[in-house]
Design a protein around this ligand. Structure first.
Ligand code: NAD
Length: 369
């Protein structure tokens, strides 16, 4: 048995393990005690993951024996659609399943989100586990049970809360990931340090380069701390009725940027979150909530890692009014009021509801650079 760490996501009436280590996919039978009792093992992945992680995919096939089948989806955000949800559900139903099947998501956040939703819908609910294969999915989307597809009216608008039976994070899966995708995952790691743990920010200042180059021990430690922070928050507020909203730090501005660029490859989710955190910190300072030193620490850290954090780094030009329009598409807008998670300091997030849109517009006019 390989060495691994185990965390538990403790929810009100249910908890599940997150296993973190290297080469854990071959240990799936030990990690999931019921594995051999499932009537079918259904792997859901995408074409790019299949090509890059073919050995891992074959390993699951071998361990599942004759119970195995798979559905391969196209790669990319457009897969989170009604069309692909229907395709996925019907590809599985065609195999005449019962409720004792196990869905295994092998992929990034896109495959994870659509698999979680499918598991919730098929026969009114079947088991699923997550084997996240991007850094973003390993530190964020595989933990916490949010599942969704997109609608023409916005991102993640059709979904449910559905917790997996387990999450298996096996870091060797990251080796073929392109650099921009690693930076995208780093965004969420950096977010945890800002909203929750100043000493973790210190760790990132020392070890950021090692994480970006995927040094195994440092990456495992970083994923562990990140999952611990996210699990703790999710454990307190599974359905995002309160404290869980602090995880949206940087996301309201970030989603507006993604929405403006049409959720295209021009800017990935995590890259937009980095720009969003920069704007959220600047806005916190603009409102007198935080000292400029906090903004500077963020910028110095990203400069050292050569990670872009300004709109102009992506050649994105947008007017303040257009930006405001995109902010308002966010599903977190309630009663037409814009709410941001801002920071007073490290680990001191505050929810801020905008009362005066002119003031926000003035801020944007000066800061959309
Ligand atoms: N459910 C949640 O709580 C939550 C949280 C954050 C983000 N998300 C969602 O996650 C999605 C973004 O996730 P993502 O960044 O993982 O995107 P993704 O799933 O699209 O993966 C990014 C790209 O990397 C490829 N890829 C995946 N694993 C690979 C590997 N090991 N080697 C090489 N290539 C690989 C994919 O095919 C894809 O092209 C968004 O849809 C976002 O809304 C969900």
């Amino acid at each position: 048995m390989k060495k691994f760490s185990k965390l538990n996501v403790k929810l009100k009436d249910y908890s599940y393990p997150i296993f973190i280590g290297e080469n854990l996919i071959s240990e799936i039978k030990c990690l999931i005690p019921k594995f051999e009792n499932y009537s079918k093992i259904i792997v859901i992945t995408d074409e790019v993951v299949l090509k890059n992680l073919f050995q891992s995919y074959k390993k699951i096939e071998t361990l599942s024996k004759k119970k195995f089948f798979s559905v391969i989806l196209p790669s990319g955000e457009k897969t989170k659609s009604f069309k692909h949800l229907q395709f996925l559900c019907e590809s599985i139903l065609k195999e005449r399943i019962d409720r004792d099947v196990l869905l295994i998501c092998l992929g990034g956040g896109v495959v994870g989100d659509i698999t979680g939703l499918t598991a919730n819908l098929l026969l009114r609910g079947v088991d699923f586990i997550q084997i996240p294969t991007t850094l973003l999915a390993q530190v964020d989307s595989s933990v916490g049970g949010k599942t969704a597809i997109n609608s023409k009216y916005g991102k993640n608008l059709i979904g449910s809360f559905n917790q997996p039976k387990a999450v298996i994070i096996s870091t060797e899966t990251l080796k073929m990931l392109e650099k921009r995708q690693i930076i995208s995952g780093y965004a969420e790691i950096l977010k945890y340090s800002l909203i929750s743990d100043k000493s973790f920010f210190g760790f990132l200042q020392k070890n950021g380069k090692k994480i970006l180059s995927l040094d195994t021990a440092t990456t495992i430690k970083t994923i562990k701390v990140s999952c611990k922070i996210k699990s703790k928050i999710v454990g307190k507020d599974e359905k995002e009725r309160g404290i869980r909203e602090i995880l949206n730090f940087g996301h309201t501005f970030g989603h507006a940027i993604e929405s403006f660029t049409g959720f295209s490859k021009k800017i990935f989710h995590g890259e937009a979150v980095i720009l969003g955190m920069y704007l959220a910190l600047k806005f916190s300072n603009y409102l007198g909530l935080c000292d400029i030193n906090l903004v500077n620490k963020f910028c110095i850290h990203l400069n050292e890692l050569k990670i872009p954090y300004k709109l102009r780094d992506y050649k994105i030009k947008i007017s303040s009014l257009n930006f405001l329009k995109h902010i308002k598409f966010d599903k977190k807008i309630k009663n037409n009021k814009i709410k941001f998670i801002l920071l007073r300091d490290f680990a001191k997030p505050v929810a801020y509801v905008v009362k005066d849109e002119n003031m926000l517009n003035n801020f944007l006019k000066k800061n959309l650079v």
